[in-house]
Design a protein around this ligand. Sequence first.
Ligand code: ADP
Ligand code: MG
Length: 693
Amino acid sequence: MRPESLYPLFKPLSALKGVGPRLKPALERLAGEHVADLLWLLPSGQVDRRYRPRVAEAQPGRIATLTVRIHQHVAPPSRNRPYRVICGDDTGTMVLTFFHARADYLTRTLPEGEVRVISGLVERYNDELQMTHPDHMVPESELETVLRVEPVYPLTHGVTQKVLSKLVVAALADAPELAEWHDASLMARRTWPSWRTALAQAHGPERADDLDPHAPARQRLAYDELLSNQLALALVRRGMRRAKGHPIQGDGTLRQKVLRALPFTLTGSQETALGEIAADMESDLRMLRLLQGDVGSGKTVVALLAMLAAVEADGQAVLMAPTEILARQHLKTIEPLAKSAGVEVAVLTGREKGKTRAAILDALKDGTVKIVVGTHALFQDEVAFQDLRLAVIDEQHRFGVHQRLELAAKGHAVDVLVMTATPIPRTLMLTAYGDMDVSRLLDKPAGRQPVDTRVMAANKLGAIAEGIARQLDGGARAYWVCPLVEESEKLDLAAAEDRFRQLQGLFGDRVGLVHGRMKGADKDAVMADFKSGKLDVLVATTVIEVGVDVPEATVMVIEHAERFGLAQLHQLRGRIGRGRGASTCLLVYQPPLGEIARKRLKILRETEDGFRIAEEDLKLRGAGELLGTRQSGLPEFRLVDLDAHQDLLAMAARDAQMVLEMDPELKTPRGAALRTLLYLFERDGAIKFLRSG
Ligand code: ADP
Ligand code: MG
């Protein structure tokens, strides 16, 4: 239950005075739906209104606040001329100008003969001092509200600075005093203010320094958010790691059989990873390990051997893939190998229906099937196991923190191995996974040849097609990846279909098309034809659709390469260079090429090292943007600037560990304050992992 002290902050924005049906949606787009969300919207600039000259001294080009008497209103002679208000003090006069003015409003706000405080940019125009659309025009009694440093907020259409500032002030007034959740000595060392003071300072920047991410108030707020993130991850992890009852100790017989059946020997890092996984499974704590390896580094084999360890111990194992096509792909790799050890493998996706489905469900329940490969369908309620011991989750290039939470919430006491092809830089790793155990596959399987990557302009498309024709005659197979049209599956499809027909004109029925809107079975049929060699050219729309292993494919054309991200291009290219033949990747761009896109393509030409590519990507885009993409599933931070607050992240990870060592149930006064922190950042999902939560 959310602590009562936070109720005012979790009221809807409409609870604030002045937020009506027009403003609410704009504010929600800008900040979020609760009052608290306004607090997290920190100013990006400031306007110092403390310069308070007499009229004659006012320097053009500066923001000034002046006390003046209103002399005279001068209505414009024509519509495209401004409305003018003459005013001044005993040192001189000044003209306030307004375009498209409403005279009645101005006569009310600036009555002739009265004294008013005005604030805005001083200009000189035709020898006159002038101020166009002053930001503030108030009676003298309100001088103090104007005479200060005003925060400037990032805005969305439909919200003005004035309105937003007012609402933030109201939200700040609603912010309660909360018990301190940070360690007192840390606070002292860093000279951090209390939470409420930090908010007030961050929203009331007085000097330029106050906007710096390293300003104490901003640091403190960032640390609040980071600590809540790390604490939540650590809680989930601890919750998931609780003793699992029966440690898994296989006798190695099944694994030996499969190893003998493999047409290759394992790489050093595959061996190491397997050792680490086996040790985790043998321990009586649940495993929560990330297996990180580039596309083609051989994760699937490692997963299979881990699953066999569970089967040796008389348990069951699942392998879950993010898409139907990848599930089938895994099945194809795994099934023949498992068979060589006499182990049956079943598949369960949304496509298994009726009797087939019922039979699989039965076999899982009574334990006749030991290994099942599938999609998210595996986690539906009706799926029950006799004795599930290991879940392998293949995330490919998606992140699925939520899926893991779901799994944990189901309470299966299973070991979890997460496979990811995303070479996540260390910083981001910590924010997405916390201090999770990691095995990395660094060396590529032997016999792989580097991919020859070339960058070409789209006007050479004719020559490219000819070149490919020659390669096809030589027995090659090619992927042709179609332009990614932003946010429009329909347009993606249209572009792919056009290209498909055009290539068909050149290569006849050796060309196939696979896209996101096809039915599962149709996709599989096309893929199977490409794999068997019935098709030589596969036109594809999205990344996922080519998430497939066809070692004979040695050519890849990526159209509009400039529209893809670095990581995506790397993933795509990873689909070739898997077999014995030399491979070529053609990155085709539409000129002119922007600076960032040029750099991206250059990096791809230079290296195939996924970790280096990830680091470069981070440099080019900045952590903020990498994390900013909602789809990535990575946490989004409101107060943290990962580039500036890197050191705080590592500190928060350690802090969270230490807190839970000493106070695993968050029962001490600091523990209670930390619970409030989790609620404050809406990470309370993690609280259910506390036994007494
Ligand atoms: P990933 O899942 O990491 O993308 P896979 O497990 O699908 O990679 O492996 C890609 C290909 O490499 C598969 O055809 C697999 O059989 C093969 N492979 C895996 N490990 C090795 C190895 N040690 N030596 C040679 N080939 C390997
Ligand atoms: Mg794979």
